[in-house]
Design a protein around this ligand. Structure first.
Ligand SMILES: O=C(CO)[C@H](O)[C@H](O)COP(=O)(O)O
Ligand SMILES: [Fe+2]
Length: 222
């Protein structure tokens, strides 16, 4: 499968969110990544349901909602109603992860689990067959624009091997510090969904940057 690109609107201009979503609609992006932060699970607050609703109103691509919140079970239905196509919860925030994953699926959403940089992939062995997606955090969650953590490549390889054994159709997503310099190495290590915030929105031409992330081989040839 060709890898998918999910621009993160955390780095968009919130005063021009409609403009930035229309740029994503017309670009080579596949999903729209939506970061929800509660100031408890992570030391930052991003935005809530009104902004997800507004994004849903203008986005033509699926909303990939990344919940960095404690006790996410409280809000799964509300995020589905706000427009989420997929909901990813953090392993570290879910004591009853199997129940949480079943609840996401019962809502008709794709179900994902995110791992913080210190959380090993092996902890997923008894749940991976139930998942649509695993998100490997390549920075500590909470902020955009951070430095990529190199141990991510090893985690992607571990996850790729586990998915080969137990869930070959798994979406393997990587989130944090993704740019035109590391994308090929990340795809080679096993990632098939790449989230990019700052590298897209702080570039002079975000749509062209998305095209370069989607087709890095064309960049090498030019
Ligand atoms: O989940 C996130 C942060 O917790 C964001 O999705 C991620 O940081 C993307 O931003 P950038 O590409 O700027 O690193
Ligand atoms: Fe994210």
């Amino acid at each position: 499968m060709n890898h998918l690109i999910a621009p993160s609107i955390l780095a968009a201009d919130f005063a021009n969110l409609q403009r930035d979503l229309e740029m994503i609609n017309k670009s080579d992006a596949d999903w729209v990544h939506v970061d929800i932060m509660d100031g408890m699970f992570v030391p930052n607050i991003s935005f809530g349901f009104p902004v997800v609703n507004a994004a849903k109103k203008h986005a033509t691509k699926p909303l990939d909602v990344h919940l960095m919140i404690v006790d996410p079970d409280r809000y799964l239905k509300a995020f589905k109603d706000a427009g989420a196509a997929g909901i990813t919860v953090h392993y570290e925030a879910c004591p009853h992860l199997h129940r949480t994953i079943q609840a996401i699926k019962e809502l008709g959403c794709k179900a994902g689990v995110a791992l913080n940089p210190h959380t090993p992939v092996t902890l997923l062995q008894d749940i991976i067959a139930d998942l649509d997606l695993v998100l490997i955090m390549s920075v500590n969650p909470g902020f955009g624009g951070q430095k990529f953590i190199d141990n991510t490549y090893k985690k992607l390889k571990d996850l790729k091997e586990l998915s080969r054994q137990k869930n070959p159709g798994l979406f393997i997503e990587v989130d944090g510090g993704v740019d035109q310099h590391n994308i090929t190495k990340l795809v080679d290590a096993g990632a098939n969904v790449l989230v990019a915030g700052s590298s897209v929105f702080s570039s002079a031409d975000p749509a062209t940057t998305i095209a370069h992330l989607k087709y890095p081989e064309k960049l090498l040839q030019s």
